[in-house]
Design a protein around this ligand. Sequence first.
Ligand code: FAD
Length: 380
Amino acid sequence: MFYELNDEQNSFRKKVREIYEREVSPLVEEYERKETFPVQLFRILGAEHLLCLRCPKEYGGPGLDKVSECIAVEELNRICVGIGAGIMVQGGLATDPILHFGSEELKKKYLSPAVRGEKIGAFALTEPDAGSDASGIRTTALKQGKGYRLNGLKTFITNGTICDFVTVAAYTDPARRGTGINLFVVERDDPGFSVIKKLRKLGNHSSDTAELAFDDCYVPKERMLGEEEGGGLGQLEETLKSGRLTYGARSTGVGQAAFEAILSYAKKTRRQGQPLSKSQAIRFILAEMAMSIEAMRYMTYRGAWLFDQGLASMKDASIVKLFCSESVQSIVQKTMTIQKNSGLRMDNPVQRFLCDGRLSKIPEGTSEIQHLVIAAGLGL
Ligand SMILES: Cc1cc2nc3c(=O)[nH]c(=O)nc-3n(C[C@H](O)[C@H](O)[C@H](O)COP(=O)(O)OP(=O)(O)OC[C@H]3O[C@@H](n4cnc5c(N)ncnc54)[C@H](O)[C@@H]3O)c2cc1C
């Protein structure tokens, strides 16, 4: 058993850190304040081969493994979670279903431009009345001629206002609750597709989040993922398994950023004639934070390694997501405990860690849902 990243993986971390610090860091303050996504980043990161990292070379991707993807996601989220969200969706929820379940034609059409950052992807499952329970969605895709007509509303969709295509979950057979779902690729210019509104959020300010409508939106059959009607729920589960592991890396990145910021604050700030970091109470808090981050990192990379071996179960992915998104809560709370009033200032990134960290409990399955999946995996 060997628990460390190898030389190649460590140099990959060094390389991506340099690129993100050069290309992403200078944008964070401005775009967090403007609450918009810096769309120019898609082409910049595409040119650096840092989009859709697991996409195979035959479709223009770098063809890396899950461990490498987690390294990149951790490093990007260490810099900005909002920006990290848009980039993660591009390489995960939006394109993974196309890669694994789409026809050769769809892969060529959507993956190569997504890898280059020429087209932006989104993923639409959540609806105003259905989030955790995917089988509760109401959007329908009813057969008409050589295609399907989509009708329904989607909410909280990352990259929603800026996307060129969106992978959408809808019922082809509403009578078959759960089993009658399919995934479709809808293009921005398809008649009947519209962005209703952009949503403002508590955190992840620079990520783009929107409500979308499908109003008699016609999609040719070729844009359905898979040959048969039904089976979309299984495709969603496979997609979420990968996404939940990536989420471990995302939470680890936020935790690391919060820790670095507070460590530097505790060393620089003097109280009663000595740095805060010399006070025993503060040292204990910092030690606990460091311990949690180590545990999150080990758990995430073990999960990613299992995934690369084809051994990761839904339970494994949920354990990573639950542990990391709950651990990051206590890390960001501890950061606020040390920083107190200056941590509340809007020009201090510490308040951002608190809000961004809180949001990690929700997407790709809430913490309660991860408990249910783990319990089911235990046969309970
Ligand atoms: C920043 C952000 C980005 C997002 N991006 C996307 C995106 O790109 N695409 C997309 O489709 N969605 C996206 N979402 C939506 C997200 O996936 C949903 O919010 C999430 O799945 C929860 O759904 P809900 O909000 O409808 O809550 P609900 O499902 O209504 O749940 C409400 C509460 O009840 C609990 N609960 C629900 N069912 C059970 C149960 N059976 N047992 C115990 N407790 C239960 C939940 O844990 C939660 O606490 C995003 C959300 C956020 C915050």
